[in-house]
Design a protein around this ligand. Structure first.
Ligand code: G1P
Ligand code: ZN
Length: 547
């Protein structure tokens, strides 16, 4: 098969963000755009040489618009770049955690995951591509920086002629000298889940009348949830809603939060609500957990999972440690302290957990942004969190709400909320950040009502394993009682700038723990506005999304 070398001019904007390169579909459709980036990845990981003989790549995505087309192009480029074998999820489907699982299980060279996570899909939506390394995790910054540098210097890419591999036919097909193997996207992942959780006890719970609703949001987890929750655990058909992956996610925003998962929220807060509700995002790495009329913040979810980890067979021997991203609440820290294990505070983004997991320093990781996971893979994992909760519920025989109340009674409650201000003009968002930064010298010791500022800083992190330093990771204002306000600009948005304000107040008094988070945080919310001038600068009265 002929390898063509196609002359190209580099693009200046192929810098992978928090989770890969994410752009509008129209941008990915620009001639050579996808090809250039893929070649930059291959050149980087193989140091501008062909792939070592026999190298295997994992390839799949969340099924969004352009997924199949992009897979055909990448297969042709993989063949031209010397790969021996590519494992592709049937129909082009692989959830992000399942891709991580397959990369690890078959000891491959790594994988390319096609997704823009929770961003909308379809011709007017977003597309994305992310390289994960052989450990199954997102490429670390030194690799993504090198990919970016390479993308700016690229003058050609290698590709074989169109082949039209049948992505729906299981088994092997040849592309030149390269084997394309279409694999069941669910099987390896489901087997891993069965090895971690007590499926028998969950099955008994479900058989006993416990009702659950899982919203796949027309995204990638549909087939996974149907196989695991309905077929293997016996939940009645229909327990999984929106279970067929669609190219445009049914026109929705596949982000499992209280705003976008409104169908599930209506069910869980409605009459005759099931006992347990959960949702996952576009590529299956996020999760939202709900009880009957009750929302579990992701920060609390991580803490509850940590406190109850021994109830799941895969974690029966205890956990080595916990890591959480900086803006995530300190609820997990309190559990770690009680368990006598370390708790690490890392910058936002799952890639910062990889080194800690590889070194065996932590077992559980979590982010406030609906991401929870463990060292079973190197990505956050939506269905894993759902199964962990089901395992805990089955073993404890309590409701979701009772479990949280018990947890707060023991550890106290870190009342928490995140306010997102989406699609702000970039200069407005920068102006707000500048105002906060500018106030830093005057803040320490300053009192705002009940809160006195202790310290403020721009968070930076030194990786304890490889010593790499990441700066500019969010503006923190920490008060004397441990309460916090954090300002941070999103690294994943594709329209203007998204400003995130994270609010956290500690409540140790059981009598006050039950209140609504927005009410309990009202004073901190007002302080955040006073320091940042947010309302005046943005001209907006309220956040786009509150979680
Ligand atoms: C967001 C979340 C972050 C998560 C990332 C990828 O990034 O806040 O925790 O790791 O998506 O799912 P952000 O847009 O804040 O940069
Ligand atoms: Zn995602």
């Amino acid at each position: 098969m002929n390898i063509r070398t196609v002359a190209t001019t580099p693009f200046a904007d192929q810098k992978p963000g928090t989770s890969g390169l994410r752009k509008k579909v129209a941008v990915f459709r620009t001639p050579h755009y996808l090809e250039n980036f893929v070649q930059a990845v291959f050149d980087t990981i193989f140091d501008n040489a062909p792939a070592p003989a026999g190298s295997t790549l994992v390839l799949g995505g969340d099924g969004r618009y352009l997924n199949r087309e992009a897979i055909q192009v990448i297969l042709r480029m993989a063949a031209a770049n010397g790969f021996g074998r590519v494992l592709v999820g049937q129909g082009g489907i692989l959830s992000t955690p399942a891709a991580s699982c397959v990369i690890r299980k078959y000891a491959t060279f790594g994988g390319l995951i096609l997704s823009a996570s929770h961003n909308p899909g379809g011709p007017a939506g977003d597309f994305g591509i992310k390289y994960n390394t052989a450990n199954g995790g997102p490429a670390p910054e030194k690799i993504t920086d090198a990919i970016f540098a390479r993308s700016k210097a690229l003058t050609s890419y290698r590709i074989v002629e169109p082949a039209d591999i049948d992505l729906d036919r299981p088994g092997q097909q040849m592309l030149g000298g390269m084997v394309v193997e279409i694999i069941d996207p669910v099987a390896d992942y489901a087997e891993l889940m069965e090895s971690l959780f007590d499926f028998a006890v969950i099955r008994a719970l479900v058989a006993g009348g416990f009702r659950l609703c899982f919203d796949a949001m027309h995204a990638v987890t549909g087939p996974y949830a149907r196989e695991i929750l309905e077929r293997r655990l016996g939940a009645p058909a229909g327990s999984v809603i929106n279970g067929v992956p669609l190219e445009d996610f049914g026109g929705g925003h596949p982000d499992p939060n209280l705003t976008y998962a409104d169908q599930l929220v209506a069910i869980m807060y409605g009459k005759d609500a099931p006992d347990f509700g959960a949702a996952s995002d576009g590529d299956g790495d996020r999760n939202m957990i709900l009880g009957r009329g009750f929302f579990v913040t992701p920060s609390d979810s991580l803490a509850v999972i940590a406190a109850n980890a021994r109830l799941a067979p895969g974690y029966a021997r205890g956990i080595a440690g916990i890591a959480r991203s900086m803006p995530t609440s300190a609820a997990a820290d309190r559990v770690a302290q009680k368990l006598g294990v370390p708790c690490f505070e890392t910058p936002t983004g799952w890639k910062f957990f990889g080194n800690l997991m590889d070194a065996g320093r932590v077992t559980l990781c979590g982010e406030e942004s609906f991401g929870t996971g463990s060292n079973h893979v190197r990505e956050k994992d939506g269905l894993w969190a759902v199964l962990f909760w089901l395992n805990i519920l089955a073993k404890r025989g309590q409701s979701v709400e009772q479990i949280l109340e018990d947890h707060w009674a023991v550890f106290g409650r870190n009342v928490y909320s995140r306010h997102d201000h989406e699609a702000l003009p970039t200069e407005v968002a920068n102006g707000i950040m500048d105002q906060v930064r500018g106030a830093f010298p005057t803040l320490p010791g300053k009192a705002f009502g009940n809160y006195t500022v202790k310290v403020c800083d721009d968070f930076s992190y030194t990786d304890p394993i490889d010593g790499s330093v990441s700066t500019g990771q969010g503006l923190r204002i920490i008060f004397a009682d441990g309460s916090r306000i954090v300002f941070r600009l999103s690294g994943t948005g594709t329209e203007g700038a998204t400003l995130r304000v994270y609010l956290e107040a500690f409540e140790g008094d059981p009598a006050r723990q039950r209140g609504d988070a927005q009410l309990l945080l009202a004073e901190l919310i007002a302080i955040a506005d006073e320091i940042s001038g947010l309302k005046a600068r943005s001209g907006r009265e309220r956040p786009t999304v509150i979680t």
